[in-house]
Design a protein around this ligand. Structure first.
Ligand code: FES
Length: 205
């Protein structure tokens, strides 16, 4: 069996399974040097024959690197890099909601509408997002491709509800006005300070 260690630094992939509804236009995809260095660090945490353990962090890297979502070829690249059958990567990517299986906007707005956030007014946050972006329903991308709205379950920041996650950052203690300010700043390309990084390890990996 091929191990992760024996794989070349760069791996080119071809579509070998049917397109599962994604835009698999990215044949020849490869990880950047920076991402490859992170993958090597991740793999050092596990025994050589346990590359399956690295699927989640490597999929996160793939998602970050390839536009915020996982195309068929991004998942195939991940499988190739880890020396795993494609299905072992696909089953993980399709199980966890943090992985996007279709394109998302530059800013993926995940608004928590679970109990604590709902009690503290998450409906107003969703309304603000829809008003600002023109998005009419959950899961939709704005016409300018800047924003995607996804209503999600608890993201573990209940104490500072209501909240939303934008890409990898949390924005908490929101109200409609604050949400609109954040969206406006993002649209202008300005940095908006987040509450708590959601990536607990050094540089996220
Ligand atoms: S209920 Fe919204 S973060 Fe927990």
């Amino acid at each position: 069996m091929t191990t992760a260690k024996s794989k070349a630094t760069k791996t080119k992939v071809k579509i070998v399974s049917p397109d599962l509804g994604h835009h698999a236009t990215d044949v020849g995809l490869e990880f950047s040097k920076e991402t490859e260095a992170k993958i090597k660090r991740i793999l050092k945490r596990y025994p050589e024959d346990k590359a399956q353990s690295a699927v989640i962090p490597v999929l996160r890297l793939a998602q970050d690197e390839f536009g915020g979502w996982l195309s068929t070829s991004a998942m195939q690249l991940t499988a190739e890099r880890l020396g795993l059958p494609y299905i072992r990567v696909y089953e993980v990517a399709t199980f966890y909601t943090m992985f996007n299986l279709k394109p998302v906007g530059k800013y993926h707005l995940q608004v928590c509408t679970n109990c604590s956030c709902m009690i503290r007014g998450s409906d107003k946050i969703v309304e603000a997002v829809k008003d600002f972006t023109g998005i009419s329903k959950n899961g939709e991308m704005s016409d300018d491709s800047l924003f995607t709205l996804t209503e999600v379950e608890c993201l573990g920041a209940c104490v500072e509800a209501p909240m939303m996650q934008v890409n990898n950052g949390y924005y908490t203690k929101l109200d409609k006005e604050k949400t609109l300010q954040i969206l406006d700043a993002l649209k202008k390309g300005e940095e908006v300070e987040t509450a708590t990084p959601t990536t607990p390890m050094k540089d996220g990996y």
